[in-house]
Design a protein around this ligand. Structure first.
Ligand code: NDP
Length: 257
């Protein structure tokens, strides 16, 4: 493999939930490899701040932002249509937006169950389907769905999250079954425990912290930068025969008991 296989200069990428956290790091990494990047999120101020920061680094002509709610079918269709119309042909989609909710199942409200399923799983179907319509018409495209170690492992109090991420794994396979023959590569990245706003309460919890360090063969939390290289690989021509895979980036957590 040569480094040029990782060059994605000029390719247009949409990263959902990229106003902060893992999505923001992936967006920065894709921009660093030459892509034209469209950021997305819900909070308009946070989204604009993220756009301005990356635009200062990579140029305003390579960094765009579009606020839309990934759980809303019409908003997802309008968001992808906006990218195609205003920025250009979408080559790379990263379905990253997600939420967490911690509560024992016996107390769990169906509204919270559905909100998590809709944000983490249904959104990947909605945005992925709209992107795929354009990608299939052009015969190429890369979709990266962000799963989790909870794709394979369960823990108490996060049932909807665990169910949603297991769903992301099999949605990745279902997309592959329908669209790989149309020239698309659809894969998933399953991060281990990464320090972001989503996990801040766990980072601050001493008991959880020592559990994580003991449970992770690499003996550390992941950083958002740990996810960037694998995302870049899956977004580039270096992964052109990789289809329907879930790549675990977890310091070995899912390989040991
Ligand atoms: P953060 O909470 O730090 O960021 C979440 C991002 O998603 C924000 O940009 C947020 O936008 C956006 N978002 C949430 N809901 C919506 C919505 N309905 N429409 C559009 N954007 C939305 O999360 P992380 O960076 O930690 O997580 C990113 C992904 O990685 C998630 O899918 C998560 O499940 C997954 N993951 C995270 C792990 C971790 O340890 N952190 C481990 C494994 C997987 P806004 O700022 O506007 O709210």
């Amino acid at each position: 493999m040569t480094t040029s296989m990782l060059d994605i200069s000029g390719r247009i990428a949409l990263v959902t939930g990229s106003s902060r956290g893992i999505g923001n790091a992936i967006a920065r990494g894709l921009a660093g490899a030459g892509a034209v990047v469209v950021l997305n999120g819900l909070d308009p101020d946070r989204l604009e701040a993220a756009r301005a920061e990356l635009a200062a680094e990579f140029g305003a002509d390579r960094i765009f932002a579009r606020r839309f709610d990934v759980t809303d079918a019409q908003a997802a269709a309008d968001g992808v249509a906006w990218v195609e119309r205003e920025v250009g042909p979408l080559r790379i989609l990263v379905n990253n937006a997600g939420v967490q909710h911690r509560e024992p199942m016996l107390d769990l409200d169906v509204a919270d169950w559905e909100r998590v399923l809709r944000t983490n799983l249904t959104s990947a179907f909605l945005v992925g389907r709209e992107a795929a319509r354009h990608m299939i018409a052009r015969g190429s495209g890369k979709i990266i769905n962000i799963a989790s170690v909870q794709t394979d492992l369960a823990r108490p109090t996060i049932a909807p999250y665990t169910a949603s991420k297991g769903g992301v794994r099999n949605l990745t396979r279902a997309m592959t079954a329908e669209w790989a023959g149309e020239g698309l590569q659809i894969n998933a990245i399953a991060p281990g425990y990464i320090q972001t706003e989503m996990t801040q309460a766990l980072v601050d919890d001493e008991a959880f912290n020592s559990w994580i360090l003991g449970r992770t063969p690499a003996h550390r939390w992941g950083t958002v930068e740990d996810i960037v290289g694998p995302a870049l690989w899956l977004a580039s021509d270096a992964s052109n025969f990789v289809n329907g895979q879930v790549v675990f980036i977890d310091g070995g957590m899912t390989t040991v008991v």
